[in-house]
Design a protein around this ligand. Structure first.
Ligand code: PHE
Length: 354
């Protein structure tokens, strides 16, 4: 029977074509060619109308069997092709775990940040709070509230950048003590440290910068004595420069403290014998301090008969220069990575590198 032969040929050709299809696209083409609306298998159905009635069901069933066989073959081939495609993709995307990784460029904390954090850690451990203020400050808090009225000659010690007559870039972190005292409504205890940037009109050189950092310390309570200040600063000196350091207080002058002192630490390099770091004196000046002037307490609303306190101000720039043997303060502010990279991995908190 012609139709049966044709059917057999179509089936064989279709199964062969399915096996030959190398990808999903080729397989789809085979599917359309044989099973599509105008496909060869569909074409076989057209012969139905020429068949005698009694042969029609058997013929139809055979065509369906052919269709099903081809469909099944396509499905099997599809699975095989998918698997092959996946395997190929996996092979291409495989990771060679033996290849060296791509290094991530790690940053490191700036030496000034390190020094400030080290000092903060010490004082947080002593129960101090960290308070920050404003870099753009009112003349009142920067000077007047610190016992430096408008025409006071000591204002010359801190020449500044004025924005208006009454607003300036703060010249020190002491306005934070004035503001904090004012906020406490005459009630102690106050125990704060205030880190931050300060500004002075200065020509920049190896030891001067128009912008630098300070950390202010302030303690106000009943019965605070000079010996409390000394003990605190001794602890600070030992923590920064080594357990066998000593401190020395020299009389000095600040309008906001009375008495006032300059504080020296025994040289960590020569242990007091005299060297280039301590300029042959055996001592290095590290900060200014004193007992809070009664005028400062009174102006902020504290009863100076009941309360007393001490304050100190230090420069992390200078401390970092000493600790790390840095010769020029400008290195801190020019952001040369060759300089900054040297501080990667310097984790020695409290030890000197000299
Ligand atoms: N504010 C002073 C300065 O910048 C330092 C200081 C602070 C001195 C607190 C005494 C007490 O020079």
């Amino acid at each position: 029977m012609v139709q049966t032969d044709e059917m057999t040929t179509i089936k064989q050709d279709a199964l062969e074509a399915v096996e030959k299809a190398q990808d999903a696209q080729a397989l789809q083409a085979v599917k359309v060619q044989y099973l599509g609306k105008k496909g060869l298998v569909t074409g076989l159905m057209k012969h139905m109308k020429d068949l005698p009635k009694e042969e029609k069901p058997a013929y139809g069933q055979k065509v369906n069997e052919v269709r099903q066989a081809i469909e099944a073959a396509i499905e099997t081939r599809q699975v095989t092709l998918n698997e092959a495609a996946l395997n190929e993709q996996l092979a291409q995307e495989s990771i060679d775990v033996t290849l060296p990784g791509r290094a991530v460029a790690n940053g490191a904390a700036h030496p000034l940040t390190r020094t400030i954090e080290e000092i903060e850690d010490l004082f947080l451990g002593l129960g101090y709070e960290i308070v920050t203020g404003y870099e753009v400050e009112q003349d009142y808090y920067n000077f007047e509230a610190l016992n430096l009225p408008k025409s006071h000659p000591a204002r010359d010690m801190q020449d500044s950048f004025y924005i208006t007559e009454d607003i300036l870039m703060r010249t020190h972190t002491s306005p934070v003590q004035a503001r904090t005292l004012e906020q406490r409504n005459g009630k102690g205890p106050v125990k704060i440290i205030c880190p931050g940037k300060v500004y002075r009109r200065d020509s920049d050189d190896a030891t001067h910068s128009h912008q630098f950092t300070q950390i202010e310390g302030l303690v106000v309570d009943e019965n605070i004595k000079m010996s409390d200040l000394k003990g605190t600063l001794e602890l600070l000196a030992k923590s920064l420069f080594g357990a066998d350091r000593e401190i020395r207080l020299r009389p000095s002058y600040f309008p906001f403290t009375e008495p006032s002192v300059e504080v020296d630490v025994s040289c960590f390099k020569c242990k007091g014998k005299g060297c280039n770091v301590c300029k042959q004196t055996g001592w290095i000046e590290i900060l200014g301090a004193g007992m809070v002037h009664p005028n400062v307490l009174e102006m902020a609303g504290f009863d100076s008969k009941k309360y007393s306190g001490f304050a100190f101000g230090m420069g992390p720039d200078r401390i970092a220069m000493l600790k790390y043997g840095i010769e020029d303060i400008r290195h801190f502010y020019t952001n040369d990575v060759r300089f900054l990279n040297q501080f990667k991995g310097v984790e020695d908190r409290g030890e000197t590198t000299c």
